[in-house]
Design a protein around this ligand. Structure first.
Ligand code: AMP
Length: 175
């Protein structure tokens, strides 16, 4: 299984969750053991400079926790509003299909600093910018951002680099 064969399993669902959205569905890739393993192996190559792997709810959790195990690092959940039980920092942001709020536990980075940030899809970049801000509020530093797929036309990369020019963004597929 090559990485391109694995990524080819991501399917596009038109008009989900709203008309006009081309939803990138990674579930067929996750279902295939060899494809899932290849993707995690490839993404884990980017973990070197980090102490911890952060994943964004919900699909980012699947990838980030597997990368954390593979690279022998801890995992930080960045969750939707109201889901974390301890004290949180909170950040609201715009999305390709709506608006949302992300939260992180205030003590997520008490013992470490460098964080690799993981999600499945980079679209407008609003989610990633909110997550970076939360990591920085905790006193952390983003060593890199990795996604399976980037929707180039939505300009997420440019948005992130405008605010955080030092951050390296790696997407395994660009569409
Ligand atoms: P954005 O903040 O616009 O970059 O959106 C990225 C977040 O929304 C990620 O957590 C993705 O899982 C999700 N998302 C946005 N657009 C899509 C899409 N077309 N297909 C799948 N997920 C998407």
């Amino acid at each position: 299984m090559t990485i391109d064969e694995a990524l080819a399993l991501i399917r596009t669902i038109p008009d989900y969750p709203k008309p006009g959205i081309q939803f990138k569905d990674i579930t067929p890739l996750l279902l295939d053991r060899a494809a899932f393993s290849k993707v995690i192996e490839t993404l884990s190559l980017h973990a070197d400079a980090s102490d911890l792997i952060a994943g964004i709810e919900a699909r980012g959790f699947i990838l980030a926790s597997a990368i954390a195990i593979k690279s022998n690092r801890g995992f930080i959940p960045i969750r939707k509003s109201g889901k974390l039980p301890f004290q949180t920092y909170s950040k609201s942001y715009g999305l390709e299909y709506g608006a949302d709020t992300l939260e992180i536990h205030t003590d997520s980075l008490d013992k470490a600093k460098n964080v690799l940030l993981v999600d499945d899809v980079l679209a407008t970049g609003g989610t990633m910018c909110a997550a970076i801000e939360l990591i920085e509020l905790c006193g952390g530093k983003i060593t890199g951002i990795i996604t399976l797929m980037e929707i180039a036309a939505l300009g997420g990369r440019e948005k992130i680099l405008q605010k955080y020019p030092h951050v390296t963004i790696t997407s395994l597929a660009i569409c």
